[in-house]
Design a protein around this ligand. Structure first.
Ligand code: SF4
Length: 73
């Protein structure tokens, strides 16, 4: 089973919530106006994670599989 890692660079997150809409079990919206990775994000369906990363307007979500970046490509 591949190891999936999900990162979110909060320093550039603009708070549009596209990630939350695409993968609500992987991302949450914080009161301070930015998103965060939920603890169980790595267990979420990979396609949903990839879609969330692709939908992010500032490309601040990185998805790795077995240590290799698979999104953004
Ligand atoms: S889609 Fe990107 S910029 Fe928008 S809230 Fe999610 S991480 Fe932040």
């Amino acid at each position: 089973m591949p190891i999936i890692e999900v990162e979110l660079d909060q320093s550039i997150c603009c708070g549009g919530r596209q990630c939350v809409a695409a993968a609500p079990d992987a991302f949450e919206y914080l009161d301070k106006g930015i998103a965060a990775v939920r603890p169980a994000a790595a267990e979420v369906n990979l396609e949903q994670l990839l879609q969330a990363a692709r939908n992010c307007p500032v490309m601040c979500i990185t998805i790795r599989r077995d240590g290799e970046v698979i999104e953004p490509q």
